[in-house]
Design a protein around this ligand. Structure first.
Ligand SMILES: NC(=O)c1ccc[n+]([C@@H]2O[C@H](COP(=O)([O-])OP(=O)(O)OC[C@H]3O[C@@H](n4cnc5c(N)ncnc54)[C@H](O)[C@@H]3O)[C@@H](O)[C@H]2O)c1
Length: 326
C-alpha cells in the first residue's frame, strides 16, 4: 500500500482538527473523502484540503474510490451506524471516543467489528502522547516500585457548544472528558479500576439547565489496591490544564505542566494517534487502544456518572457486565 486512503466522517471540530493535523504531519495518509450531513461543512473542509470530494452520505464516502480506512468524528451518539457501515465495507477504523453512549451499543459495535475482521482504534490519544508513553515505560520497568497513587486533572478553557455538552449527544462530563483520564489510569498502571466514587457540581451559570456537572472529582480504586483521583472542569480561565501523576514507593512520574496563559500549546496538537493507526495497518499489526480498551474506559466513565448521580460507590463490574442498558 502506497499511502493509506482515509475517509473522514464528520467535518466538525474534531474531524477538521484531525484533517489539518494529518495533512500537515502524516504524509503516509492521504485524505481521499469527507462526509458530513452538513454538506457545506464537508465541502469547506474538502476545499481547504486541496479538493477532497465531500459527501452528505457517509456510506458514499466509506465506499468511495481510494478509501482504505475511516476516521469517525461524528457526534458520539451517532458513532454506531458509521462504525458498523465501515466494518461492513471492510475498512479499518479510527473512531473518536467514546465508542458509543451505552454499553449495549458498544458491545453491538464490537461484535460487528470482530465479525468483519477489521481494526478498530479508539481515539484515546493519551496513549500516543510521548510524555504518557515515557511514563508508562518507566512504570513498567519498575522505576517507581508498585504504583500506589494516580492523580489526573483535565480542565478545559473553551467549553464545547451547548448542543455538544448535552449528555444525550456527548455522554456528559464523565464520559466525554473523564474517559481520557480513566484510560490513562488503566494504561499507566497496567491495572484495572474496580470501584468508583464521585461528586459533581453545576456551578457555572452559563451551563444552567444542563443535566450534567461542569466540575467533578472522581475517586478510583484499582485491583492492586492503589487509589486514584481525577478532577474535571469544563472551564478555567488560565489555560487548558492536563496533568497526570503516578507515585510509587521508589519514584514518581509527572506528566504535563502548569499552563502559561497565552503561550501554552494545547495537549492535542500532534497527529501521533493517526500516525500510529497508519503504521499498524501498514505493518499488519493490531492497533492500540483497541475496542476492548475503549469499552473498559467507558465502563469506568459510566460507573463514575452513576456514582455521582446516585451518591454511592459503584463497582465497575456492575456496569461492565451490563450489556442491556447504559
Ligand atoms: N479526543 C478528544 O479530545 C476529543 C475532543 C473533542 C471531540 N472529540 C470527539 O469527536 C467527536 C466529534 O466531536 P466534535 O466536537 O467534532 O463535534 P461537532 O459537533 O463539532 O462535529 C460533528 C460533525 O458530525 C456531523 N455529523 C453528525 N451526524 C453525522 C452523520 N450521520 N453523518 C455525517 N456527519 C454527521 C455534524 O454535522 C458535525 O459537523 C465526538 O465523538 C467527540 O467525543 C474528541
Amino acid at each position: 500500500m502506497a499511502r493509506l486512503g482515509l475517509a473522514i466522517v464528520g467535518a466538525g471540530r474534531m474531524g477538521s482538527g484531525h484533517a489539518r493535523l494529518i495533512a500537515r504531519g502524516v504524509p503516509e495518509i492521504e485524505i481521499t473523502a469527507i462526509a458530513d450531513v452538513n454538506l457545506e461543512a464537508g465541502r469547506r473542509l474538502g476545499t481547504e484540503l486541496g479538493g477532497v470530494p465531500a459527501f452528505a452520505d457517509y456510506e458514499a464516502a466509506i465506499t468511495a474510490p481510494g478509501v482504505d480506512a475511516v476516521l469517525v468524528a461524528v457526534s458520539s451518539v451517532h458513532h454506531r451506524p458509521v462504525v458498523e457501515a465501515a466494518a461492513a465495507a471492510g475498512r479499518d477504523i479510527l473512531c473518536e471516543k467514546p465508542l458509543a453512549l451505552t454499553m449495549a451499543d458498544t458491545d453491538a459495535m464490537l461484535a460487528v467489528v470482530s465479525r468483519a475482521g477489521v481494526r478498530l482504534q479508539v481515539g484515546l490519544m493519551r496513549r500516543h502522547d510521548p510524555e504518557y508513553v515515557r511514563a508508562r515505560e518507566r512504570i513498567a520497568a519498575g522505576e517507581l516500585g508498585r504504583p500506589r497513587l494516580f492523580n489526573s486533572r483535565q480542565y478545559d478553557t473553551d467549553p464545547a457548544p451547548p448542543g455538544f455538552l448535552d449528555p444525550a449527544v456527548s455522554g456528559g462530563i464523565m464520559v466525554d472528558m473523564g474517559i481520557h483520564e480513566f484510560d490513562a489510569a488503566r494504561y499507566l498502571l497496567a491495572d484495572e479500576v474496580t470501584e468508583v466514587s464521585a461528586m459533581g457540581g453545576l456551578v457555572d451559570p452559563a451551563f444552567a439547565g444542563l443535566d450534567d456537572a461542569d466540575v467533578a472529582v472522581v475517586g478510583l480504586r484499582f485491583a492492586s489496591g492503589a487509589l486514584g483521583s481525577v478532577e474535571l472542569s469544563r472551564r478555567v480561565a488560565y489555560g487548558e490544564d492536563v496533568r497526570t501523576e503516578v507515585h510509587g514507593p521508589d519514584g514518581s512520574a509527572f506528566i504535563g505542566a502548569l499552563p502559561v496563559p497565552g503561550s501554552s500549546e494545547p495537549r492535542f496538537a500532534d497527529a501521533a494517534e493517526a500516525r500510529a493507526f497508519a503504521a499498524a495497518i501498514r505493518e499488519d499489526r493490531s492497533v492500540t487502544p483497541n475496542g476492548a480498551d475503549g469499552r473498559a474506559a467507558f465502563a469506568i466513565a459510566v460507573a463514575a456518572d452513576r456514582a455521582r448521580r446516585e451518591g454511592r460507590v459503584v463497582r465497575v463490574h456492575e456496569v461492565a457486565a451490563d450489556t442491556a442498558s447504559g
